[in-house]
Write a protein that binds this ligand. Structure first.
Ligand code: ADP
Ligand code: GLC
Length: 487
């Protein structure tokens, strides 16, 4: 096959491993790229990965990388999924753990060791397979050393390789003490404020941004936000210096997995023509969460990581006020910070029949919430892209969002005079603004149901498939390699 050789590396890849949107993207973008290119994906073989279910088989034993003064021996596993070759690095010392990055007790202390090892092993995998990449496409801080290694090593094998780093969330930069530098092979001369140094610590993302040939992030608006002092978590100077190499490319969604017509997790599949069937999912969702089963009550959902980024402290207040002052119901699915787990976990007892919650991770419930709710709430303080609002649109579930990052790029605000738009937006970071916007959605639901119907149909027509985004990545690959394969 012609096209580029693309080495895609990620610390999580759905459906094998996932904690959030990075997993979804790493699981579906390579498939879209593989239509015209040779793509291999490398990620860790965590003990939680279901080898049997996905036919993951040994591909090579006795693989080895030199880290500092030690040799790390590992094995390589492989499966073909969605027509893409996925390679998994099996190394029990680092990846045979309960969590991917942390447990309830906190982050794994050896994360910088674990992921610098992954970076080395990914490049070694390309060599062992004799796969000469035109592009090494890496994601977030966990794989940010790859652009550095490619630039520093002068290894003829990677002569033609250009590196792209995608920032999925600049709030997570991988900042550590310097004790792993030797192990990772970060040279002292690169420990300065234009590369890895960050207030005395080692900032892996910053180093990746300094050495990558191109930088992308996951929506156009976020690409602008991270160039300002507030949105950048301290990296705006570097990002402005590299402004000509930074581009925002909106994520796509996997329309085989997140498609109400084909969804195997929901009891009643539907599409825009059979929207009435959506109501059956709503009744099922109400039953599952012990809510009053009534198709006529406005039902709001939230699914996500319980972290401040997601605007949960706005949700806390706005939910309570909405429960007290409006006729509506809420279901919340998520896990994370203890304060939020306790708060949302306790709400069903306080508001029986009106409020449901599941504290934990459930792929099935995430799909049922998308299918069964009328509205999906995302009051994020910042949101690089956000996938749930795109899933919601595909399911005719209208998003209520703060207008930031990808949320702003993907949701069109409701126009009360025409019934236009696909969701409800607010701007201020305040519980009151969220409450008012929930109120706006509730009043539209009861007073202008014909608008809700119009918006649902419009939402379901939006195309968030990967094709457009994959094309944008292809243009970038062409620009960086100087090879005009597709122009
Ligand atoms: P982020 O990557 O910041 O977490 P995204 O909106 O990009 O946010 O993606 C989140 C993904 O993780 C979605 O697929 C969402 O459904 C999923 N997810 C998050 N928390 C849970 C949970 N508790 N149960 C099921 N899926 C979850
Ligand atoms: C991050 C962001 C989220 C984005 C996802 C995939 O985790 O928080 O907004 O959708 O990565 O790019």
């Amino acid at each position: 096959m012609s096209g580029f050789n693309i080495l895609f590396v990620s610390s999580e890849v759905a459906p094998f491993s996932k904690t959030g949107g990075l997993g979804d993207v790493a699981g579906s973008l390579p498939a879209a790229l593989s239509h015209d290119n040779n793509v291999i994906v490398v990620s860790p073989l965590y003990s939680s990965v279901d080898r049997e279910k996905y036919g993951i088989k040994p591909a090579a034993g006795g693989c080895c990388v030199h880290m500092g003064n030690c040799e790390e021996f590992y094995a390589l596993y492989h499966t073909k999924y969605d027509n893409v070759d996925f390679y998994f690095v099996e190394f029990d010392k680092y990846f045979n753990r309960t969590g991917i990055y942390h447990t309830k007790a906190g982050e794994y202390g050896d994360n910088p060791f674990r992921f610098s090892f992954l970076c080395r092993a990914a490049l070694q995998t390309a060599k062992d397979l004799d796969f000469r990449p035109d592009i090494a496409h890496v994601n977030d801080w966990q794989t940010a050393l790859i652009p550095y290694y490619i630039k520093k090593w002068n290894d003829p094998f990677f002569d033609q390789t250009k590196s792209i780093i995608t920032i999925h969330n600049i709030g997570y930069q991988g900042i550590f003490g310097s004790e792993f530098m030797e192990y990772a092979g970060i040279e002292k001369e690169d420990f300065h404020s234009g590369a890895f140094e960050n207030y005395g610590g080692v900032n892996l993302l910053k180093g990746g941004l300094a050495f990558a040939d191109k930088i992308t992030t996951v929506s156009p608006t976020y690409a602008t936000e991270i160039r300002g002092p507030i949105g950048s978590s301290g990296l705006h100077e570097l990002l402005n210096a590299r402004g000509g190499d930074l581009v925002g490319i909106l994520n796509g969604i996997d329309t085989n997995v997140w498609n109400p017509k084909k969804d195997t997790y929901i009891p009643y599949p539907y599409d825009a023509k059979t929207l009435k069937t959506k109501t059956k999912n709503k009744l099922e969702l109400q039953k599952r969460f012990g809510l009053k089963q009534d198709a006529g009550i406005a039902l709001f959902g939230f699914v996500g990581r319980f972290v401040d980024q997601k605007g949960l402290y706005l949700m806390k207040d706005a939910c309570i006020r909405a429960m007290n002052e409006m006729v509506c119901q809420f279901v919340v699915v998520g896990s994370g910070e203890q304060e939020y787990e306790e708060f949302f976990g306790s709400l069903p007892a306080r508001y029986p029949g009106e409020m449901g919650s599941y504290i934990g991770y459930s792929e099935e419930l995430a799909h049922l919430v998308e299918a069964g709710c009328d509205f999906f709430v995302m009051p994020s303080l910042y949101e690089p892209c956000g996938l749930n609002q795109m899933y919601s649109l595909a399911y005719g579930t209208l998003p209520v969002v703060r207008a930031t990052g990808g949320l702003d790029d993907t949701v069109e605000n409701y126009d009360e005079s025409t019934g236009g738009g696909t969701g409800f937006k607010f701007w201020a970071i305040s519980a009151e603004a969220l409450f008012d916007t929930i109120g706006w959605a509730v009043s539209t639901y009861y007073d202008r149901p014909q608008h809700i119907e119009l918006m649902r149909k419009r939402a379901m027509k939006q195309d968030f498939g990967w094709k457009r985004s994959a094309d944008a990545y292809m243009h970038l690959y062409e620009a960086v390699t100087g090879k005009g394969l597709y122009l």
